[in-house]
Design a protein around this ligand. Structure first.
Ligand SMILES: *[C@@H]1O[C@H](CO)[C@@H](O)[C@H](O)[C@H]1NC(C)=O
Ligand SMILES: *[C@@H]1O[C@H](CO)[C@@H](O)[C@H](O)[C@H]1NC(C)=O
Ligand SMILES: *[C@@H]1O[C@H](CO)[C@@H](O)[C@H](O)[C@H]1NC(C)=O
Ligand SMILES: *[C@@H]1O[C@H](CO)[C@@H](O)[C@H](O)[C@H]1NC(C)=O
Ligand SMILES: *[C@@H]1O[C@H](CO)[C@@H](O)[C@H](O)[C@H]1NC(C)=O
Ligand SMILES: *[C@@H]1O[C@H](CO)[C@@H](O)[C@H](O)[C@H]1NC(C)=O
Ligand SMILES: *[C@@H]1O[C@H](CO)[C@@H](O)[C@H](O)[C@H]1NC(C)=O
Ligand SMILES: *[C@@H]1O[C@H](CO)[C@@H](O)[C@H](O)[C@H]1NC(C)=O
Ligand SMILES: *[C@@H]1O[C@H](CO)[C@@H](O)[C@H](O)[C@H]1NC(C)=O
Length: 671
């Protein structure tokens, strides 16, 4: 009894304390747990839809509730452990709300419900006369999201609809023919009148005039990023239950710049009220570091073509040494068009710690009328007139799709490979004058041929591959950069060697077949001799006819050139000459551990040696987890990725699936 009561009060406390701390007190706050008949309190109060006032009384006859056959451990129980299924006709939820703009959030977990497989579900959703989704497959949508956010199983679609004098918000689900519709949860939350609507401070990119977001526009939030920061959960938002994602999955190539962190409170203003975005958004930013004149800080956001988008860029000057106009001025490009020629925060605010946001509206072309996905590019570059630093920075980013003819719908994406695309690179530092403690992760690793992995990576990277061919004429990571089209390589030469093609040819006897120690779709691996034949090396020559490997090439170099440990494979150097992409590693005479476990041509390993290899691999992992300021999670530990040197010392390789762990030790889950 006692424990029940104290539990009750602590839940109550949790609930009330989160609501009082918020800057915006939303008039309407509805959390509907669909397919459930009871109330659940998590960080908010979820009501079941079964007996709610929002549904017609025949709910139990024309719909049914169901539970997913399997709930992935990464998926929260509420609202995903139940769903309402609509398999016969349309069904409408009716929410009496106040007038004004509302967030409408739809929670989906595609799974098998009552024997109905996720690939059988196609349906439409409309709300107050706006078509939000047509013939929508949550299954295909989740598989597309998994490309950039690995491991994603559930997702939320977020819309903003302006409710008129009728004070009714209705949400209608209609299954496609011979199909079924489902929903796990619906959330309705008011948003301030002028936060997203009727803004006057809008810039049009690539057009003289464009749409104004009026009360008749409905919006879909596509991205909401806390640039260079961590995940901000909906309960940490300023009262609107928005969640903010890290930008790592969208930052282009290895050109991540540096991260700046501000420890002081943010000063909100009437132009940027305290509900605009949480302090955490403004307290971290990504800036460019040195070499900023050589590259563009770039984000790539896949979006549906054929729509206007409103991009809201959030900025805050958090560099105390920057105190007046003209000191840091930069250019902003959106989709390769100049959005701002000379952006200077000081024209918009007063000093350090003052946040501002700016809206840019851009049309995303639909060249083949397919309404398919297109990449939206956001790029920044310092303006040469800056008097303090040549730099550019961003703190937060929100992207909204604007309705056209009362519709926000696009076709389903094609079924993607189920393996998530490998993403990469992040660098962390608090001191922008210090070189960043940059750790570049990704790419192909391994001194020897791990062809299955390579093939996987090629496959995973294929969707993005076209950018590597053309886009990366200046790609950068940390403080180094490379000019891929020219032969004047500027890869890091302080930490690893730059070989000429002539040297590599000499090392391999003109890439002689007798020197081949492995081959695969991605290229060849040769044994080679350098330094007057004194040193044996493994030379991986990436197929330069397919430039797909360029990204892997530079990230592998960036990463391995910065991490050194006896239990990690060492990169000696690279060759970026005449269009070649060649990596030179320490030679590992004993090959992969796998060859000694499963290929029976080799004598069996002694137990002592096996134990040493296990301990060595564990030490390598321990170094990755604890040796740098942020943990590196390898995520692909297996016997083909453990190489053995002449003394049978185990060396970890292939960081292609690795990820940086969370800054927050408490949130150490990486799927
Ligand atoms: C929020 O608004 C409701 C009424 O709309 C009011 O009862 C409540 O006290 C307000 N909460 C805060 C923290 O202002
Ligand atoms: C936000 O600003 C409003 C009005 O300026 C103020 O009343 C409120 O206390 C502030 N909320 C927080 C959490 O700072
Ligand atoms: C809908 O599902 C119910 C319960 O599983 C089933 O009895 C009914 O036949 C289904 N209707 C259609 C049209 O599939
Ligand atoms: C938009 O709706 C608000 C009420 O939510 C109203 O006050 C405002 O006048 C409307 N604006 C226009 C342009 O209709
Ligand atoms: C749908 O998924 C089920 C189970 O995963 C599979 O057996 C079936 O072939 C799939 N159907 C289609 C049309 O892809
Ligand atoms: C939903 O709301 C819209 C606009 O208020 C209205 O036109 C439509 O008839 C409503 N639909 C249902 C099913 O109530
Ligand atoms: C930055 O992006 C703009 C627009 O796409 C482009 O014109 C410019 O060449 C880029 N600059 C660098 C250094 O990559
Ligand atoms: C619904 O979408 C699926 C997959 O995208 C497609 O195969 C099917 O033809 C579509 N159905 C309709 C009615 O548009
Ligand atoms: C922007 O430029 C890059 C590289 O030049 C190119 O790959 C991309 O397709 C361009 N994007 C648009 C929308 O034109």
């Amino acid at each position: 009894m006692f424990s029940f009561t104290s539990l009750f009060f602590s839940l109550l406390l949790l609930f009330t304390s989160t609501t009082t701390a918020q800057s915006y007190n939303a008039t309407d706050r509805i959390f509907l747990d669909c397919g459930s008949s009871s109330t659940t309190i998590t960080d908010r109060r979820w009501g079941g839809d079964e007996n709610s006032k929002f549904v017609p009384s025949n709910i139990a006859t024309i719909t049914f509730s169901s539970q997913p056959n399997y709930l992935d451990p990464s998926v929260p129980l509420t609202p995903y452990s139940s769903a309402r299924i609509f398999n016969t006709s349309s069904f409408t939820y009716t929410f009496p709300v106040s007038e004004g703009p509302k967030f409408v959030r739809l929670y989906f977990y595609p799974a098998t419900y009552s024997g109905l497989t996720p690939n059988q579900s196609f349906f439409s959703v409309s709300s107050n006369g706006y078509s939000l989704l047509t013939n929508f497959s949550a299954f295909l949508a989740a598989s597309f999201l998994a490309n950039t956010r690995s491991g994603v199983k559930h997702f939320v679609k977020e819309y903003i609809i302006h409710v008129k004098e009728t004070k009714i918000l209705n949400v209608t689900f209609t299954p496609s023919p011979k199909s079924y519709a489902f929903i796990n949860g619906i959330e309705i939350v008011s948003t301030p009148e002028n936060l997203y609507f009727n803004s006057i401070n809008v810039k049009y990119v690539g057009m003289i005039n464009g749409p104004v977001i009026t009360n008749d526009t409905s919006l879909e939030n596509i991205y909401r990023l806390n640039v260079a920061g961590g995940q901000i959960s909906s309960i940490e938002d300023t009262g609107m239950y928005r969640s903010w994602d890290p930008d790592d999955n969208y930052i282009y190539s290895a050109a991540t710049g540096v991260t700046d962190v501000y420890q002081k409170p943010i000063t909100y203003t009437t132009k940027t009220p305290n509900y605009t975005a949480p302090e955490l958004v403004y307290q971290t930013q990504r800036s460019m570091g040195s070499q900023s004149d050589k590259y563009n800080l770039t984000w790539i956001l896949p979006v549906d073509s054929g729509f206007y988008y409103n991009l809201r860029l959030h900025f805050c000057n958090i560099m105390p040494e920057c105190t007046k106009g003209g000191q840091i001025v930069f250019k902003i490009f959106i989709n390769n068009q100049t959005a701002d020629q000379e952006f200077d925060l000081f024209y918009l605010q007063r000093g350090s710690g003052y946040p501002v946001y700016k809206d840019y509206v851009v049309f995303v072309n639909d060249p083949d009328h397919s309404r398919g996905k297109q990449d939206l590019w956001i790029e920044m570059h310092p303006h040469p007139s800056s008097t303090l630093y040549l730099d550019a920075y961003l703190n937060g980013l929100e992207a909204f799709k604007l309705s056209m003819g009362r519709s926000l719908t696009s076709p389903n994406p094609e079924l993607s490979s189920t393996t998530p695309q490998t993403r990469h690179t992040k660098s962390m530092t608090r001191n922008k004058k210090r070189p960043p403690y940059a750790m570049i992760i990704g790419g192909i690793g391994g001194a020897l041929v791990l062809f299955s992995i390579l093939v996987l990576i090629v496959f995973k990277q294929r969707r993005r591959a076209k950018h590597y061919c053309v886009a990366t004429n200046m790609s950068s990571y940390g403080h180094e950069y490379i000019e891929s089209k020219s032969s004047h390589s500027k890869l890091p030469s302080d930490r690893c060697r730059c070989f000429s093609l002539t040297e590599v040819k000499a090392a391999t006897n003109e890439f002689n077949d007798n020197f081949v120690i492995g081959r695969g779709g991605f290229g060849m691996v040769y044994r080679g001799y350098i330094d007057n034949d004194k040193t044996v090396v493994a030379i991986k020559r990436l197929n330069s006819s397919s430039k797909q490997g360029f990204h892997e090439f530079i990230t592998e170099i960036g990463f391995l050139s910065k991490l050194r440990h006896v239990q990690l494979v060492s990169l000696i150097g690279y060759c970026d000459d005449q269009g070649e992409m060649i990596l030179v590693y320490d030679y590992m005479p004993n090959g992969t551990l796998q060859e000694h476990l499963y290929k029976n041509n080799n004598p069996p390993l002694s137990w002592k040696r096996r134990l040493h290899i296990c301990i060595g691999a564990a030490k390598g992992l321990h170094y990755l987890h604890t040796g740098a300021s942020r943990a590196i999670i390898h995520r692909d530990v297996k016997s083909t990725n453990i190489l053995l040197d002449e003394n049978w010392v185990a060396k970890l390789s292939d960081f292609g699936l690795s990820k940086l762990g969370s800054k927050d030790q408490a949130k150490n889950h990486v799927s």
